[in-house]
Design a protein around this ligand. Structure first.
Ligand SMILES: Cc1cc2nc3c(=O)[nH]c(=O)nc-3n(C[C@H](O)[C@H](O)[C@H](O)COP(=O)(O)O)c2cc1C
Length: 328
């Protein structure tokens, strides 16, 4: 991250980095919510929590960026160690707990790069200290304060690292949170879901969210199914390869319920262009990566997009948009 921040301070270096990393091809682009997404591969929330590297991450080739999770007040997160590798499984386990510099800092950072080169979503969460019953106040405050520095919002109620947060994944509560956010903004508001819900509960919650005006769903956050790794840590959520199967499965379940009524963003265990192609066909318009970037390095986005074009070609599919929902 500090390397990316240094890069941003030297425009000729940033431009060189961009030339080395960006793949521009109109077959990858889509128009969503009235904005152009140059390719479907986004950066998942939690990597650039404080929006310190937006220009450099855009130059890395991402089609969109999701910053945050941001909370109203700054907070330190959980004690260290709180981030672990399951290297042989290309997976991570994190218990960060929304460490972030707070919404005022985020707004200053976004103001420095506004308008951004690619769409930027802001993922919002409640402070650890905020009572669950008062969570809606935090989400309202965030959307009100950041409304002119976001292209979309994501209500995060699925992180396993803030005690009780996942209890907000109830129909009535989600409907209320969406209502509160929509009172404060006309921007698209999405909801990010956990992979650990039962299929039926997830489908029902997705339906309620869309009925309540959700512009999209982000599927999924990390999992607490520790049976997926041989030597789990006792805390935190798993991401990366071990999450892929469940993430795709839940996408299919939710797409069966709401495909065509909102934008589905698929995240969890995406490592290859074949993974992306499968998610698109299963109904996702956009995908995001986090763990694959950690293991794969800065050229991973370009590689994914390049290979995705080959897959489309070999299947005779004209472009990304035409692949969306082919299997639904
Ligand atoms: C270190 C780390 C921190 C994360 N922080 C957040 C976060 O703040 N908010 C959030 O919604 N998701 C967060 N996530 C979850 C990711 O956005 C993503 O949903 C998950 O990692 C699955 O994608 P992946 O398998 O490509 O990593 C985090 C993931 C990791 C590995």
């Amino acid at each position: 991250m500090s390397g990316l921040q240094r890069l941003q301070q030297v425009p000729p270096m940033l431009h060189r980095f961009e030339r080395q990393h960006c793949l521009v091809d109109s077959r990858l682009a889509q128009e969503i919510w009235g904005r152009r997404f140059p390719n479907p591969v986004g950066l998942a929330a939690g990597f650039d929590k404080d929006a310190v590297a937006v220009p450099a991450l855009a130059a890395m080739g991402f089609g969109f960026l999701e910053v945050g999770t941001v909370t109203p007040k700054p907070q330190a997160g959980n004690p260290r160690p709180r981030l672990f590798r399951h290297r042989e499984l290309r997976s991570l386990q994190n218990a960060l707990g929304f460490n972030n510099a707070g919404m005022e800092s985020l707004k200053r950072r976004l103001t420095q790069c506004w308008p951004p080169p690619v769409p930027v979503g802001v993922n919002i969460g409640k402070n650890r200290q905020t009572e669950l019953a008062a969570a809606a106040v935090d989400y309202r405050v965030l959307v009100r304060y950041l409304g002119d520095r976001a292209n979309y919002f994501v209500i995060n109620i699925s992180s396993p690292n803030t005690p009780g947060l996942r209890d907000l994944q109830q129909g009535e509560t989600v409907a209320r949170l969406l209502e509160v956010c929509q009172e404060e903004t006309d921007l698209p508001v999405l909801v990010k879901l956990s992979p650990d819900m039962e299929d039926a509960a997830a489908a029902e919650l997705a339906r309620v969210a869309v009925d309540s005006g959700a512009a999209g769903l982000v599927l999924t956050n990390t999992t607490v199914d520790y049976s997926l790794v041989p030597e789990p840590q006792p805390v935190g959520g798993l991401s990366g390869r071990v999450l892929g199967r469940r993430s795709l499965e839940l996408l299919r379940v939710v797409a069966a319920e709401v495909f065509g009524r909102c934008v589905l963003v698929s995240v969890g265990g995406i490592e290859t262009a074949a993974d992306i192609y499968a998610r698109l066909r299963a109904g996702a318009q956009l995908v995001q990566i986090y763990t694959a970037l950690v293991y794969g390095g800065s050229h991973v986005v370009q590689k994914l997009n390049e290979e995705l074009l080959h897959l489309l070609d070999s299947d005779g599919v004209a472009d990304v948009a035409s692949a969306v929902g082919l299997d639904v």
